[in-house]
Design a protein around this ligand. Structure first.
Ligand code: NAD
Length: 330
């Protein structure tokens, strides 16, 4: 199997690459722009077994050359701008990568004209806020995004579906819930909270921290994506979640406990503009393929706290004033 992994130097992408190289030995090229979120260090233990090319998915010439030269069986697209706070402050890069970038991948596949499977990584955020209901989103539900980030991801999904129907392109879309684990950028909730505690700064919650999320350890997501490549069906969408719900406040309280600090250390701040209060999905389809999460929330959080405590070399250069140390980025 020849796999082209776009965005493979980021958080989930690098964990996925580690999984397919170690467990499957698939021939792998990572194509990544190395934005502030992408780092070659994320792949350091597998670099001798993959090829790495620095490039932008929205750069048609460079991406076409990549695909023509490598002739992948599957393109797994993780490349995206991913931080909701940044999308609130500056939406343009989200439009460029998450919409124009996906469009460029699709156009390249259409022009090249041979059978490639696009495995696209979307998100539960495309379904929008379920607060005030007991509903769970299923794959056929209408998309109802709230932030520039989720709107750009929803747009990517719609373009892919249209190219499948109009041009017969082969795709599979996965929509994972909130991921956490090693190599997640310090701007995101869990690493941000751990690092702030290490700096003796309080973890700041947006609003009262009652937002409900479904939390999945990143290795389980990597396995789910691999399974969809192996056993999924073309032009299908797979929600990926473990129904391990917890509020943002509960997550931060567990981190504080693991790090020996009292819950009273938390500071409750301004609500995030447009914030979704609850996500939940039905994940029966991916379970029917034979997947289930193997890492529970308590274990996953413990492993994650341990990893950040032991890998200061990795996160220290990424700690910035605006998105990690400031109480609010907007
Ligand atoms: P990340 O921000 O850690 O990594 C994104 C990667 O994409 C980086 O390596 C970056 O350099 C690269 N990239 C960005 N723009 C690019 C471009 N134009 N061309 C090539 N490479 C580019 O993101 P992540 O958390 O690993 O998320 C990966 C994917 O999974 C994204 O599509 C995201 O929407 C989706 N997702 C993430 C989560 C989560 O909780 N982290 C949950 C559901 C879905």
């Amino acid at each position: 199997m020849r796999v082209l992994v776009t965005g493979g130097a980021g958080f989930i992408g690098s964990n996925f690459v580690r999984h397919i190289v170690n467990e499957y030995g698939w021939e792998t090229i990572v194509y990544d722009k190395l934005t502030y979120a992408g780092r070659i260090e994320n792949l350091r233990d597998v670099l001798d077994r993959i090829k790495f090319v620095r490039g932008d998915i929205a750069d048609e010439e460079s991406f076409t050359r990549m695909v023509r030269d490598f002739q992948p069986d599957v393109i797994v697209n993780f490349a995206a701008e991913t931080h909701v706070d940044r999308s609130i402050n500056e939406p343009a890069p989200f439009i460029k990568t998450n919409i124009v970038g996906v469009f460029t991948i699709l156009e390249t596949m259409r022009r090249i004209g041979y059978d490639i499977l696009l495995l696209h990584v979307s998100t539960d955020e495309v379904y929008g806020d379920l607060w005030g209901t007991s509903r769970e989103s299923s794959e056929e539900d209408a998309l109802n995004p709230s932030s520039p980030y989720s709107a750009s991801k929803a747009s990517g999904d719609l373009l892919i579906k249209a190219y499948g129907r109009t041009y017969g392109l082969k795709y599979r879309i996965v929509r994972p819930c909130n991921n956490y684990g090693p190599y997640q950028h310090p701007e995101k909730l869990i690493p941000r909270s751990i690092i702030r505690i290490l700096y003796n700064k309080p973890p700041v919650l947006y609003g009262d921290g009652s937002q409900v999320r479904d939390w999945l350890y990143v290795e389980d997501t990597a396995k789910a994506i691999t399974l969809v490549i192996e056993k999924g069906s073309d032009r299908e969408i797979y929600n990926v979640c473990g129904n391990m719900y917890a509020t943002v406040r509960e997550i931060v309280e567990k981190i504080l406990e693991a790090m020996g600090k009292p819950k009273s250390f938390i500071v409750y701040g301004k609500p995030r503009p447009g914030e979704d209060r609850r996500y939940a999905m039905v994940c029966a389809k991916i379970r029917e393929l034979g997947w289930k999460p193997l890492v529970g929330l308590e274990t996953g959080l413990r492993l994650t706290v341990k990893w950040y405590l032991e890998n200061e070399w990795w996160w220290k250069p990424l700690v910035d004033e605006r998105y990690v140390l400031a109480d609010h980025p907007w």
